[in-house]
Design a protein around this ligand. Structure first.
Ligand code: NFA
Length: 102
């Protein structure tokens, strides 16, 4: 074809895609020993939940075994997991917190 019509077609058809950073779910896991009040405290302190929200999420973890407690960038998610694990370790509770790509 005359000129570079293929290039024009490609340019027209290629939808600009907005780049978004990957997000990570922070998960809290149930166990038989960590006191409910401690879990509520952790959720209020580290995940900016109200007392009512914290109780609701704690009970979800207690009943279902696991719940998402927040969604963050990789760096923030890693920090949250480390902070939960450190608070639990200091009080000698077996509470477990992990992260996974959304
Ligand atoms: N299952 C714990 C109990 O009965 C409470 C708990 C909730 C622990 C959520 C960990 C996470 N004391």
């Amino acid at each position: 074809r005359p000129d570079n019509r293929e290039d024009v077609d490609l340019a027209v058809k290629t939808k600009p895609r907005t780049q978004r950073p990957p997000l990570y779910k922070v998960l809290l896991l149930n166990d038989d020993f960590t006191p409910m009040e401690f879990v509520v405290h952790v959720l209020e302190r580290l995940f900016n939940m109200t007392h009512a929200q914290a109780i609701e999420i704690m009970l979800t973890v207690h009943r279902k075994g696991v719940a998402v407690v927040g969604v963050f960038s990789h760096e923030i998610a890693e920090t949250k997991v480390a902070q939960v694990m450190e608070l639990a370790r200091r009080q000698q509770h077996p509470l477990q917190c992990t992260m996974e790509k959304e």
